[in-house]
Design a protein around this ligand. Structure first.
Ligand SMILES: CC(C)(COP(=O)(O)OP(=O)(O)OC[C@H]1O[C@@H](n2cnc3c(N)ncnc32)[C@H](O)[C@@H]1OP(=O)(O)O)[C@@H](O)C(=O)NCCC(=O)NCCS
Length: 217
């Protein structure tokens, strides 16, 4: 049985056997459709396809309620892809942990409603945990269904990659379900390599990015 790290990036990681849904890879394509439109003091302003104004910024401790509200709008499938584990709700202690980062080893970017919204939501998150010994950063990413396919996953990953590199991380890695064609393509487009199947876990692919060699795409 494969043993995986139980880190902030994948706090409830477990394994799933799954079959490959997509095998084809497209060449790197037009990034980014979702371009930041302005630099705000507390993040970057982005406009979604339907005209919503959101903010891309680091997560902060006050985001607990917004993170829980955002989680409630994920489908069970999106949750399973993100956590590799069926989670029916985001318990408050876990939400607290995800919003209160260890400044030395953890980073997280969110796509959030702007200040002033009455019940703000976190609509997407990219996060990483840098192992202080190996300087390898484990990442995780999720984008709510209504904002998918607009380049936000790519944008959040690009911010995360740049921040991990700035922190001195040497490599980024993540475990992705083999059936998760969207995430595998996104990682491929960003220059990640696919490792062979993890031993004992044929449904999971490890993707890695050498931060020493890769340029920001
Ligand atoms: C995977 C996920 C993060 C993608 O987010 P996104 O914001 O839609 O991604 P982007 O719009 O930046 O798309 C980037 C690339 O991903 C791929 N992609 C995105 N959605 C796809 C889909 N439905 N089918 C196939 N490929 C898709 C494409 O290669 C796309 O590039 P292109 O359209 O420019 O060619 C999002 O679908 C998600 O949150 N899924 C559930 C959680 C999850 O799987 N997390 C990953 C675990 S680490």
């Amino acid at each position: 049985m494969l043993t995986r790290m139980n880190t902030l990036a994948n706090p409830q990681a477990r394994t799933y056997a799954a079959s490959l849904g997509r095998s084809g890879r497209r060449p790197p394509s037009r990034h980014l459709r979702a371009r930041p439109t302005a630099h705000a003091p507390h993040g970057e302003s982005v406009t979604t396809r339907n005209g919503d104004e959101l903010v891309l910024r680091s997560i902060h401790p006050d985001d607990v309620d917004a993170l829980q509200r955002g989680f409630a709008h994920l489908t069970p499938e999106e949750v399973r892809m993100r956590f590799l584990h069926p989670l029916t709700e985001l318990p408050e202690p876990l939400a607290q942990r995800l919003c209160n980062l260890d400044a030395e080893t953890e980073l997280a970017f969110v796509l959030a409603d702007p200040p002033g919204v009455r019940e703000p939501e976190i609509h997407a998150v990219s996060r990483a945990h840098i192992d202080p010994v190996t300087l390898a950063a484990e990442f995780a990413l999720v984008v709510q269904g209504r904002y998918k396919g607009q380049g936000f996953g790519t944008l959040l990953m690009q911010r995360l990659i740049a921040a991990c590199r700035a922190r001195g991380a040497l490599e980024m890695w993540g475990d992705v379900l083999l059936e998760n064609g969207a995430m595998l393509e996104l990682c491929h487009d960003l220059g990640f390599s696919r490792q062979s199947h993890l031993r004992g876990d044929p449904g999971v692919v490890r993707v890695t990015l050498d931060l020493c060699e890769s340029a920001i795409k």
